[in-house]
Design a binder for this molecule. Structure first.
Ligand code: HEM
Length: 422
């Protein structure tokens, strides 16, 4: 089969190394990297069949897959040519789900910058300081609890807890049962394809139930804070006003869904897979411990590059154009593979080595630098700094077993990972 490089759109052919099958995404990151490395070298933009396992049949004949660091940045930054408003996942998702779940992640200018500014205005320096203090406390308590249980599941005991506590305390969801319910729905939003999560239900049913559950919780909390303001993010959101504009209840509900999904799974998997990396490369762990305060800044960037918890995001071409020498038609889908960009050997020296002192480290783990660049990256960085400070110093003899991964092309997720304290 010929490669798609340099061919006309009408004659485009699927690349022989397809990444569209579920089997590809059920392997390990190391296995996938063999294919990505080949694609970066031969065809940094290549044409692939519609992604397998979508909830609804694909209307698109295929998807362009972008694997090089340079092209990921080009697509991320050029939002006029490559928009987010027609979905951001690699597979087909029902339109109403996209609209209700995406919040401003699935929007373009002019609405995207307005909503982003409104939400940002609720993150006052005072609130950020409160978030930091609260994360410090939570990280300490989580590791104290871990030390009382000499063995168990690291995901359940550590990785899952910190992001959930952070997000929901920050937003003002104080009721513990409601926090658990919200976190359960957030899981359903990204793991509906997983048989264990679906537990015999149709994937669409799981997704719908999770989405409606979160939307309702977000809107209820907004209503509550309007009547009874507190010192939390939700109160900030209902009162936020930029240039005479305020957020509607639907927009707040959708943002609650986005926050629940974007802020939970991402940091959770960063914690699990970073802990694994630090144990796999003990010399790096020792290097970090030698000067934690001095090295944790570069180390965190490397954690995010190494793990790349968000593996992909998709855009849609708004007009006919050329990308990486390839003819793109208006309406074509373009998937950015961040995991591949973060191993691009033309940007990262010894890209396949975990190096906590790597500097500069222009990874695309938080996005390729466009206007959708991760808005919660500062929250994620505080969480990583605090949890590893506690874990490395207070649980130095933590041993890990093999992780069990979730199948999917969006978040690189670990379901379970056994630990033992020696
Ligand atoms: C290590 C943890 C995290 C990673 C790797 C990550 C990654 C990402 C990525 C790749 C994007 C899309 C960027 C793009 O399309 O250009 C994104 C967007 C976003 N993230 Fe994160 N994220 C993390 C943690 C968080 C946390 C903790 C929060 C919330 C507190 C958060 C909130 C958001 C929001 C609101 C957006 C949408 C921004 C927009 O569309 O303008 N993220 N994140």
């Amino acid at each position: 089969m010929t490669l798609a490089q340099g061919t006309d759109n009408n004659a485009r052919t699927f690349h022989p190394n397809s990444i569209s099958e579920l089997a590809f995404w059920s392997g390990t990151a190391e296995e996938r990297e063999i294919t990505f490395q080949k694609l970066r070298a031969e065809a940094p933009i290549s044409w692939h069949p519609p992604i397998e396992g979508a909830l609804i049949p694909s209307e698109n004949p295929g998807v362009w897959v972008v694997t090089s660091h340079a092209l990921i940045q080009e697509v991320s930054k050029n939002t006029q040519l490559f928009c987010s408003g027609q979905g951001f996942q690699m597979e087909e998702v029902p339109e109403d789900v996209n609209e209700a779940a995406g919040s401003f992640l699935g929007m373009d200018a002019p609405r995207h910058p307005v909503l982003r500014r409104l939400v940002s205005s609720a993150f006052t320096p005072k609130r950020v300081k409160a978030i930091e203090d609260q994360i410090k406390r939570q990280a300490h308590d989580i590791v104290t609890n871990l030390l009382e249980h000499p063995e168990g599941d690291f995901v359940e005991m550590v990785s899952k807890r910190l992001p959930m506590w952070t997000i929901y305390e920050m937003v003002g969801l104080t009721d513990i049962d409601k926090r658990l319910e919200a976190a359960h729905h957030a899981d359903g939003m990204v793991s509906w394809a997983d048989e264990e999560v679906a537990a015999g239900r149709e994937p669409g049913e799981v997704l719908n139930e999770s989405l409606v559950g979160l939307l309702m919780m977000g809107m209820e909390l907004a209503e509550e804070r309007r009547n009874n303001p507190q010192d939390d993010l939700m109160t900030g959101l209902v009162n936020a006003e930029v240039e005479g504009q305020k957020l509607t209840d639907d927009e707040i509900g959708a943002f609650f869904v986005l926050l629940s999904v974007a802020g939970n799974d991402t940091t959770r998997n960063s914690i699990s897979l970073t802990m694994r990396a630090l144990n796999q490369f003990p010399e790096q762990k020792a290097l970090l411990l030698e000067d934690y305060e001095g090295r944790i800044g570069t180390a965190i960037e490397e954690f995010v590059r190494w793990v790349t918890p968000v593996m992909t995001f998709r855009r849609t071409a708004t007009e006919d154009t050329v990308l990486g020498g390839q003819q793109i038609k208006a309406g074509d889908w373009i998937a950015m593979i961040y995991s591949s960009g973060n191993r691009d050997e033309s940007v990262f020296e010894n890209a396949d080595q975990f190096d906590i002192l790597r500097d500069p480290n222009p990874h695309v783990g938080f996005g390729g630098g466009g206007p959708h660049f991760c808005m919660g990256n500062f929250v994620a960085k505080i969480q990583l700094r605090e949890i590893f400070d506690n874990l490395l110093r207070r649980a130095p003899n933590l041993e890990l077993g093999e992780p069990e991964y979730l199948t999917g092309n969006f978040v690189r997720a670990v379901k379970r990972m056994p630990y033992t304290l020696r």
